[in-house]
Design a binder for this molecule. Structure first.
Ligand code: NI
Length: 183
């Protein structure tokens, strides 16, 4: 497996809409595994293909405490088939909404409200159609990752004021890091 470079704002690939996977082939499985390795390396709980510069509808998620890969989910073409009216609020952050994926700050997180429960249909790493129901953090994470596939970032769910504060903070952190650090 290979750790991939995580793109950060304002990389335009984060604003593109990813295209459906036509078949879960060897290349898709390699992408899924590399994305998982990248997500674990940067201590994320989810990652979408746009974030590694690939415009394919693939996401990976692991919201478990153990983070040993046993509960990792790799999804192609994830689609929400039902969402609850009841909502849930969680303090979200994103590996792409940072000065670089490994550099974070408490100021780069913000509360986002989304449906509390969802059902999602997807293709697993064997190409089989699966459906699962997710609640709370798990649901929140899947919705955040599917947003990425549509070019949407969690900051788009915030007020312009709050979004502006996060973007300014990223610029400030980048200046503090200097030019020598890879973005
Ligand atoms: Ni994200």
């Amino acid at each position: 497996m290979t750790k991939l470079l995580v793109r950060t704002v304002p990389d335009p690939v984060l604003r593109e809409k990813a295209l459906p996977v036509l078949a879960v082939d060897a290349a898709t499985i390699t992408l899924m595994k590399d994305m998982l390795e990248t997500m674990y390396a940067d201590d994320g709980i989810g990652l979408a293909a746009n974030q590694v510069g690939v415009l394919t509808r693939v996401i990976v998620i692991d919201v478990s405490d153990s983070r040993d890969g046993n509960e990792a989910l790799m999804m192609a073409n994830p689609e929400i088939t039902w969402a609850s009216d009841e909502t849930f609020t969680y303090r979200e952050g994103c590996l792409s909404v940072r000065p670089c994926s490994s550099e974070s700050s408490a100021d780069l997180y913000a509360n986002v409200t989304r449906p509390k429960a969802i059902r999602v249909r997807y293709l697993d790493e064997k190409g089989a159609v699966r459906e699962l129901e997710a609640q709370e953090l798990f649901s929140q994470c899947i919705q955040h990752e599917i947003d990425h596939l549509d070019g949407i970032l969690f900051v788009d769910h915030l007020s312009a004021l709050k979004r502006g504060m996060i973007m300014k903070k990223i610029e400030k952190l980048r200046r503090a890091m200097g030019d020598g650090k890879p973005l």
